[in-house]
Ligand binder design. Structure first.
Ligand code: SAM
Ligand code: SF4
Length: 335
């Protein structure tokens, strides 16, 4: 064991305190959304992905270094075999205050009750269209009725908050901003509109042609609803507004048109155990090598996490031609 006195928290060179991790539990998915994946995907060989126990060790090491919030993501986290054994162990981790999940909703009728019981506090469910034909065009293979039933299951199980996520793209769904907002408000759900990010090459469109700014999305909503900027801040690219007369909040996740890197509090762990220090950069640390080295233990893992803070980049540069763009697709990044 590498003897070190560990700091109580992870702080990078710019004074940012990392207390939030996004843990990708699989790169696989039952959908093939046009902005996230190509139609024909090659997924990681199973031996290269972290086992559920290895994922747990990573989460444990982070919580011992002051991480309070873990979001499980992917790929689609609920397609990972035996994922509930991991969720249950994470739900019992000392020091963890919030266990969150981002899902496409297709399996929630099966899993919602168990997720709630295991300690998942909040769920984000992605839905980009309320029209079955369009939903299928965007997800390529997804079935809208399954996702709607999944949302109903999540509501029935009483999570603290449920947020819908919609990526708005010109030529695909930009005329549904108000319909999606109405759907969320009718059910007292939050909804976040996400700008499409240039992660890897999208095979069906040029991203420059489809990206819709959140300023435009907000203007569509304000044709019908009054929005009051909320003081709620989550470090990162989300900004929230309260809808007058409703309990729902509308989130605007604007990684492309706004850069909020200065208060970034998060890092990502890909399913092959790569610690990504920034969504829009390739700076990373190979945690799998440490996890699979029999001479190393959790102390070494924690040392690597502490050391990684020195390479967390100051910011990303999406669409800036002077800077290299990420070649990873979102399913390999952990959304
Ligand atoms: N499968 C789950 C889901 O769809 O919610 C979790 C993983 S998914 C990668 C997480 C989030 O990333 C989803 O809300 C999805 O819409 C979003 N996403 C994927 N690719 C994106 C891209 N290129 N730009 C912006 N958001 C993207
Ligand atoms: Fe799957 Fe989520 Fe990517 Fe869609 S966004 S392909 S549901 S991982």
């Amino acid at each position: 064991m590498n003897e070190s006195i560990f700091p109580a928290k992870l702080v990078d060179r710019f004074g940012r305190h990392v207390d939030y991790i996004r843990l990708s539990v699989t790169d696989r998915c039952d959908f093939r959304c046009v902005y996230c994946m190509t139609e024909e995907m090659t997924f990681m060989p199973r031996k290269e992905i972290l086992s559920l126990e290895e994922l747990y060790q990573v989460a444990k090491a982070f919580t011992e270094l002051g991480v309070k919030k873990i979001r499980l993501t992917g790929g689609e986290p609920l397609v990972r075999t035996n994922v509930m054994t991991l969720v249950e162990k994470l739900g019992a981790l000392p020091g963890l205050q919030e266990l969150l999940l981002t899902t496409n909703g297709s399996q929630l009728t099966t899993y919602a009750a168990r997720l709630k019981e295991a300690g998942v506090n909040r769920i984000n469910i992605s839905i980009d269209s309320l029209r079955a034909d369009r939903f299928q065009r965007i997800s390529r293979v997804g079935k809208l009725h399954k996702v709607l039933a999944g949302i109903d299951s999540a509501i029935a199980n009483g999570f603290e908050r449920i947020r819908l996520n919609s990526v708005v793209m010109k030529g695909y769904n930009e005329d549904e901003v108000l319909a999606l907002t109405d759907y969320a408000l009718d059910r007292n759900l939050d909804i976040a509109f996400i700008e499409e990010m240039p992660l890897g090459e999208a095979s069906d469109h040029a991203r420059e042609d489809t990206t819709c700014s959140n300023a435009w999305v907000r203007a569509q909503i304000e044709k019908k609803y009054q929005l009051l900027d909320s003081s709620t801040r989550t470090a990162g690219p989300s900004r929230y507004a309260q809808v007058t007369g409703f309990s729902s909040r509308i989130g605007f996740i604007s990684p492309v048109t706004h850069n909020f890197c200065e208060d970034c509090n998060r890092v990502r762990i890909t399913v092959e155990g790569r610690l990504l220090l920034c969504l829009g950069n390739e700076h990373s640390v190979d945690l799998r090598a440490i996890l699979r080295d029999v001479s190393k233990d959790i102390g070494d893992l924690k040392n690597a996490l502490v050391a990684s803070m020195d390479i967390k980049p100051e910011r990303h540069y999406f669409y800036n031609r002077d800077h290299a763009q990420p070649i990873r697709l979102m399913n390999m990044t952990g959304g």
